[in-house]
Design a protein around this ligand. Structure first.
Ligand SMILES: Cc1cc2nc3c(=O)[nH]c(=O)nc-3n(C[C@H](O)[C@H](O)[C@H](O)COP(=O)(O)O)c2cc1C
Length: 433
């Protein structure tokens, strides 16, 4: 398969076909400067061509360390909102008490048909939890996590607002982890990776060491060989399966923010900047009209196969005992965030690639043959564990940029936690650094 650096290496390739047009355009006109001089400057402005990571939607990346002396535990929330989340849905809300922070799943923010059991929503909350734990140490707290027990596939319809986890905070000496230091440098990288640059053994050992820190998760890493080929094939077929499901595509597209206006209004979701394109291609894609859906879907499949998988020296699966157990989903998120932060500290690029698990959930929701789940289980090869998250890793050919974030002000719930929540027994866990 030939590698095409111009192909959109993003998700539902809303912008994919623009590449064909872009090539023609740039060839004929001699590049973006000429385009602008030719009277398209207004459109460049309108579509934010010249803005990358600018404006209030990106401000949380600047101010996240706050003022430790003044802010108290609010600083932990500022770190939490910089975590990864499925489709950048940021499905979190927080309630602050003097000695604890409650992390709640926002019932309004889920991916519908892309995440019918809110498994990914809870993985996302786990990512936020990890950032909070790291920030707790840095701000002089000893944190202990309490997870809400229960199953995601038995949740009542119209799930009420309830905590997913609680972080108990006791005053302690400050403990600034190296992972804390890179919280604002971690970004999902959907671009090409340096295909010729392998991930060294030491990195793979370190990934496995991180996985061993939590006995509730397992990590499978694949570089090449028969299993890697099966992983790639399955991922491409899952992408094709999602593209063929109009409800999944609609649910995914609902989180795309293609103009500066949409970005500032929502301060969440996926932007053109987050697709990992080289700067010129990124600018060109923003200038061109929105392409036809069928073509964009073909481009997404092709980009998954020919760019993202083709240039990734390493892929991996995170497995848990039961992906529909609330605490297990959160812990998978804690682990992913930790892994990605550590990789960031080493100059590695990473991208979750969850089409297989998403389609498995969808087949389960619709009561279809569990084809994806069966093939994923065969790949994992250990029936005590089930994959809940997939990713790729490598060295970046293009730097990833920040994605928008909502500020903490709109995420803090006021008031004393309701009595039933306090009575609920949570699974407790002591954290060590
Ligand atoms: C549970 C979960 C699932 C995700 N799945 C995908 C995926 O399949 N493909 C992808 O490109 N990014 C995926 N992401 C990455 C998010 O889209 C990303 O974290 C979000 O857009 C915020 O961007 P950032 O990580 O650069 O801060 C996933 C993240 C999480 C936490």
């Amino acid at each position: 398969m030939t590698e095409d650096p111009d192909r959109l290496p993003g998700w539902p390739a809303e912008t994919g076909p623009a590449f064909d047009a872009r090539r023609t355009l740039l060839k004929g006109a001699g590049g973006l400067l000429l385009l602008a001089a030719g009277g398209l400057t207004w459109r460049a402005y309108d579509t934010g061509v010249f803005e990358v990571g600018q404006g209030p939607a990106y401000e949380p990346w600047q101010s996240w360390q706050g003022d430790s002396g003044v802010e108290g535990s609010l600083a932990l929330v500022r770190a939490a909102v910089l975590a990864a989340s499925a489709h950048n849905s940021q499905p979190w809300l927080f309630r602050i008490a003097p000695d604890a922070i409650e992390l709640l799943a926002d019932p309004e923010r889920n991916l519908g048909a892309m995440d019918p059991f809110r498994r990914e929503q809870h993985i996302s909350l786990g990512c936020a939890l990890e950032n909070m734990v790291l920030a707790a140490g840095a701000h002089g707290y000893a944190p202990a996590i309490e997870y809400l027990p229960g199953r995601l596939d038995e949740a009542p319809a119209g799930d009420p607002l309830m905590p997913a986890a609680r972080l108990r905070l006791a005053p302690s000496r400050r403990d600034i982890s190296g992972l804390y230091a890179v919280i604002s440098q971690r970004h999902t990288n959907r671009g090409r990776y340096l295909a010729g640059r392998a991930v060294p053994h030491e990195v793979i050992w370190a990934f496995n060491d991180l996985a061993r820190e939590d006995e509730s998760v397992r990590l499978m890493l694949l570089q090449d060989g028969e299993k890697r080929a099966r992983f790639d094939k399955l991922l491409v077929e899952a992408t094709e399966g999602i593209v063929a499901d109009p409800e999944m595509i609609a649910a995914s597209n609902a989180w795309f923010r293609l103009t500066p206006g949409e970005i500032e209004t929502h301060r969440s979701g996926l932007t053109i900047d987050s697709f990992g394109l080289p700067p010129l291609s990124r600018a060109a894609v923003k200038m061109l009209p929105k392409p036809e859906p069928e073509k964009t879907h073909r481009q997404w499949v092709a980009a998954t196969r020919d760019v993202q998988l083709a240039t990734a020296p390493l892929v991996g699966l995170i497995a848990v005992r039961d992906p529909y157990d609330r605490a297990a989903a959160l812990r998978a998120g804690v682990f992913w965030q930790r892994l990605h932060l550590w990789a960031t500290s080493q100059g590695l690029a990473m991208q979750p690639m969850n089409q297989i698990v998403e389609l498995a959930d969808r087949q389960r929701q619709l009561g279809k043959e569990p084809e994806m789940a069966v093939r994923l289980a065969e790949l994992l090869g250990d029936d005590r564990w089930q994959a809940t998250f997939a990713f790729r890793a490598g060295y970046p050919a293009v730097e990833a940029v920040p994605s928008p974030r909502r500020g903490v002000d709109e995420l803090i719930l006021e008031g004393v936690p309701q009595a039933p929540l306090e009575e609920r027994p949570l699974i407790s866990e002591q954290i060590g650094f």
